[in-house]
Design a protein around this ligand. Structure first.
Ligand SMILES: [Zn+2]
Length: 121
């Protein structure tokens, strides 16, 4: 079952970082949405969770909240655990883990473990 969104997972880490960030293309590697690809809409590094476009869509029965916020049944993506997604390399198109690479300007960047391309360049 899906764990609560409010779990305290990474709270005690000093510098929580995820291997994926917003606007990354990722593939889900486990769970009901296994194999689905989508863009990271939002990342929650402190919780270790991400919201991926079109993945884990839940139906909410929402009450109207005044002007411009009508109630009704809405579909919305829920956050999933970041460990369940892999980054898709923009260069070779494969799902990959990240390596670290130091660019020509000395700035550390993520790189593709499979083809070595810099991802943040
Ligand atoms: Zn690659």
């Amino acid at each position: 079952m899906q764990r609560s969104f409010k779990r305290s997972g990474r709270k005690d880490q000093v510098n929580p970082k995820l291997h994926v960030r917003r606007d990354d293309n990722v593939v889900v590697i486990t769970g009901v949405a296994k194999g689905k690809q989508g863009k990271v809409m939002k990342a929650f590094p402190k919780l270790g969770r991400v919201i991926v476009e079109g993945v884990a869509v839940v139906t909410k029965h929402q009450k109207a909240r005044g002007q411009g916020m009508p109630g009704g049944i809405i579909h919305k993506e829920a956050a999933i655990d970041a460990s369940n997604v892999l980054l898709v390399c923009p260069k070779c198109g494969k799902a990959t883990r990240n390596a670290r690479a130091v660019g020509a300007d000395g700035v550390k960047s993520r790189s593709c473990k499979k083809c070595g391309a810099l991802i943040d360049a």
